[in-house]
Write a protein that binds this ligand. Structure first.
Ligand SMILES: [Zn+2]
Length: 122
């Protein structure tokens, strides 16, 4: 995976994250702030809501999240972290490359299709 690929995935992950946050009801100005920061270097792609908005806000936000949204947000953050670490696109279970087709479909996938299948038991 080239640096350019990583940047492309990072951008996509961030877009998905912003979309999800918007869905949850995060205010537009906060999203704009987030997007602005994320356009800088890759290390700023992962952000911590607690740092920015305080504990109470985070609790409120957390309460309004469905478990599905929480899972997806976490998966996106983890994927962004892997992009930063240089391990993005590698299955965290078996170490194989995750198929591009799979990443195109689920950009925050952390398992290759084989591992995913065996984890799902199908
Ligand atoms: Zn695997």
């Amino acid at each position: 995976m080239t640096k350019r690929d990583r940047q492309r995935y990072a951008r996509r992950l961030l877009e998905e994250k912003l979309r999800l946050l918007r869905e949850i009801g995060v205010k537009e100005e906060e999203l704009a702030e987030l997007a602005r920061e994320a356009s800088g270097d890759l290390s700023s792609f992962t952000f911590h809501m607690a740092d920015q908005s305080g504990e109470t806000y985070r609790r409120e936000l957390k309460a309004s999240l469905t478990s599905e949204q929480t899972r997806t947000l976490r998966a996106i953050d983890e994927a962004l972290k892997r992009i930063h670490d240089g391990t993005f696109g590698i299955c965290t279970r078996c170490g194989a490359k995750i198929q591009k087709e799979r990443l195109a479909y689920v950009s925050y996938a952390k398992h290759c299709i084989n591992c995913q299948r065996s984890l799902e038991g199908s």
